[in-house]
Design a protein around this ligand. Structure first.
Ligand SMILES: [Zn+2]
Length: 68
């Protein structure tokens, strides 16, 4: 996976343990480039599919009249 900050290479790091507040601990990825920590929860939240912008091309202007 890639770092969210610098898009560098992030490695799964067993030494990084993130306390989630619940009973479970999660491990995390650590960017080898900038050192940013991305835990599984953050990673999961970023998996939300993005909506495509501008779907539906019905608003395209048509130039048929000007050519006449
Ligand atoms: Zn990074």
């Amino acid at each position: 996976m890639n770092c969210q900050r610098c898009n560098g290479f992030a490695v799964y790091d067993d030494s990084v343990v993130v306390q989630t507040g619940s009973s479970s601990e999660v491990h995390a990825w650590r960017c080898v480039n900038c050192g940013m920590i991305v835990d599984e929860v953050i990673h999961r939240n970023q998996q939300v599919p993005l909506r495509r912008k501008g779907s539906g091309g019905s608003k395209l202007r048509q130039y048929g009249d000007a050519a006449a």
